[in-house]
Design a protein around this ligand. Sequence first.
Ligand code: NAD
Ligand code: DAU
Length: 353
Amino acid sequence: MNYKKKILVTGGAGFIGSHVVRLFVNKYPDYQIVNLDVLTYAGNLANLKDIEVAPNYRFVKMDIVDAESITNLFQFEKFTDVIHLAAESHVDRSITNPTEFVMTNVIGTVNLLNAAKLIWKGEMEKHRFYHVSTDEVYGSLGETGLFTEQTAYDPHSPYSASKASSDHFVRAYGDTYGLQTVISNCSNNYGSYQFPEKLLPLFINNIQNKKALPVYGKGENIRDWLWVEDHARAIDVLFHKAMSGSTYNIGGHNEWTNIALIKLLCKIMDKKLGRSEGESEKLISYVTDRAGHDLRYAIDSTKLQNELGWTPSLQFEEGLEKTVDWYLENKEWLENVTSGDYQKYYEKQYEKR
Ligand code: NAD
Ligand code: DAU
């Protein structure tokens, strides 16, 4: 079959990437989707079981840090476009091992940019390099205000510094070599297939197993939560409609202090698990704060809403219940990803707190 586009999606076996791959494979049978992922602890092909035999889908196991293999792959496959999500994504891990974040998030991104620049030379306007980034590049807000696309970058963690750096490289390749780029900076995602090191799946798993819920500091930090499938829909809209060279913020207008969110989660789970009200809240344990912990993130996504008509589709309470249901119904998935190396990570990460 002659496909209209041949899109390379990097990091497609991860949390958000798997939702993006699923959306594109199902919605665009006339596009070929090539999912490139090295399958770190966070990458899991079980996330894509439902679409793995689709005729317009292929998987390639490769490390974006390996410049030679990436260049050869681009030359051989002649991708028409790139949607780049592969990254080291967990702030706590970046505090323990910053260099790994520089390698994947900065060097890996530059390797992809170089390969795209090489094969698209002379016809840049026909191709698109879409870079998926985070609101953490903007740093931390005080009690008021929102991040807009004009907010100056002010990253605080090695993770956000590496993502900020990769954003700068993407823009630089647009300005210098004419690469047609789009960048989106999104707030905290929640939903199915998220690795249980991140707050929500970790706490769902711990509540289920009656394990302590390690709340960093006083639990007063604020995050702006967006359902992962709404993020994937935004990426679809932006990939097709955003102007080249543009940046868009994506967020849910849905701010929660960690402690309020955790208490709501406990309440929902008590109900689902047939426990008495207040039982899971007793698992809350305040632990040493995350170093450099950003106080508040909140996104102004007016530009995306006004220009391209995207809005979140789910109310948060509904999305949270759906998410809890998914993890309770997919115990095998959770057990598989929380065995082996994950146990060692968990003990090391939380023993010192
Ligand atoms: P994730 O950790 O769940 O998945 C990352 C994927 O990248 C994994 O499948 C992993 O195997 C792959 N990967 C890692 N290093 C690689 C390498 N060197 N070569 C090839 N593949 C590699 O991350 P996520 O939460 O799905 O985030 C995806 C992207 O979205 C990241 O760029 C992240 O910065 C960004 N983002 C995440 C959030 C969020 O709330 N999770 C919010 C905004 C932006
Ligand atoms: O804002 C977008 C970012 O959101 C993404 O770029 C990152 O990839 C993603 O991991 C996420 O970063 P956070 O640091 O906000 O997510 P995390 O789930 O690690 O933590 C959410 C909040 O909960 C944060 O304030 C720290 C706190 N927390 C987290 C963990 C894992 C706890 O209190 N206890 C915990 O055990």
